[in-house]
Design a protein around this ligand. Structure first.
Ligand code: FMN
Length: 349
């Protein structure tokens, strides 16, 4: 059973994927956030900048595209093959109205003719390595069932299924009954995605749907970056007794993971505003790993400079018992040497 990182645009970018795979175990690979193909015409190679370093990296990353033009998809496949990739995923689930209304993302499977053309083009462009990520439907939870036969006509490497409709966005419940209905109808290996926030969740999915070939986790891993380790342990049949020491250690690892990311983003992004945005997005998930996280998040989101944000982060982490080591940002988002600063968690409380 493979455990994969799901794409979260603006969050699971190259530095996140790389740092997560280096600092935490349990993951077998990742699907990158989508690159938009645009309308008919030349596909600029720069849309794949985020995955450029992944083509020959040790951690398997699969690029994802979104679009509805088969020629652009063929062109994307050619570019990705030239970059060294042998896999490509088509986003057929993006729920945003402005995307779906144009027949992209979750809007694509609504149009059977356009959908089939894209399946054909994708399988041609990336032989043996083309996959789709899809929801149950845009409005109806039956659309995927209705497209099963069509999907089975194409040699897909796998199908990632997020059992919600697009209308649900990310709210409400995943429809596991609908997933259970469609699973035996699909010939390609199926990867389950949705609402796995704990090892228990993953074990329950694996037990209920033994024929799935993997699970893909997005928000759960952004909230608790060590989650795949716990899942891998549980799925290998070992038990995982509650341990306050391990929890504390994991929180400390999550804090240092975020610090390492902040360092990388600060050297990549120009100016404080993009850095602030990126870190706020990251902490909108990661705060959940810390006790008192909600109050901590409010402070983080109120921050108007990277220095203030990092101070809020340290306050949050220290309040949850992490021994934090110090401000890494000078004004403007540059790094400064901070090895001598140290804040005691107890002092912060
Ligand atoms: C902020 C955000 C950005 C997302 N970006 C993408 C994306 O680029 N491509 C994609 O296929 N799904 C995207 N998703 C959907 C996730 O990959 C995933 O299907 C969804 O969050 C459900 O899985 P989870 O419950 O494990 O998070 C995004 C979701 C969120 C919340």
């Amino acid at each position: 059973m493979r455990i994969l990182l799901a794409p979260l645009r603006g969050v699971t970018l190259a530095p996140f994927r790389r740092t997560l795979s280096l600092r935490f175990g349990g993951l077998d690979g990742a699907l990158a956030p989508f690159a938009a193909l645009g309308g008919p015409g030349r596909v600029p190679a720069k849309i794949f900048a985020d995955v450029a370093a992944d083509a020959r990296g040790e951690f398997p990353v699969e690029p994802q595209v979104i679009g509805r033009d088969p020629d652009s998809l063929r062109e994307a496949g050619r570019i990705l093959r030239d970059m060294g990739f042998s896999r490509m995923n088509l986003n057929c689930g993006c729920p945003w109205k402005f995307v779906a209304r144009k027949g992209r993302g979750s809007g694509l499977p609504e149009d059977p003719v356009a959908f089939e053309r894209m399946l054909e083009a994708g399988c041609e462009a990336m032989p043996g390595g083309f996959s789709v990520k899809i929801r149950l439907g845009r409005h109806s939870p039956r659309t995927l069932e209705e497209r099963a036969e069509m999907l089975n006509r194409h040699p897909l490497r796998c199908i990632v299924v997020h059992p919600r409709t697009a209308d649900q966005m990310y709210g409400g419940r995943v429809d596991l009954d609908a997933f259970g209905r469609v699973l035996p109808m699909l010939r390609a290996p199926v990867i389950y995605n949705g609402d796995i926030f704990s090892a228990d969740d993953a074990v329950a999915i694996a037990a209920r749907f033994p024929s799935i070939s993997g699970i893909m986790i997005g928000r759960g891993l952004c909230m608790r970056p060590w989650l795949a380790e716990e899942i891998a342990t549980r799925l290998s049949g070992k038990s995982l007794l509650p341990s306050p020491e391990r929890e504390a250690e994991n929180r400390a690892r999550a804090f240092h993971f975020a610090e390492a990311l902040a360092e990388q983003y600060s050297s990549q992004l120009f100016g404080p505003a993009p850095l602030l945005g990126r870190l706020k997005e990251l902490w909108s998930y990661l705060h959940a790993a810390f006790e008192g996280g909600d109050e901590g998040l409010r402070r983080i989101l109120r921050s108007t400079t990277p220095e203030a944000l990092l101070a809020a982060v340290r306050f949050l982490a220290a309040g949850a018992g992490v021994d934090v080591t110090q401000p890494r940002f000078a004004r403007g988002g540059e790094l400064r040497d901070c090895s001598s600063d140290r804040i005691d968690g107890a002092q912060q409380r």
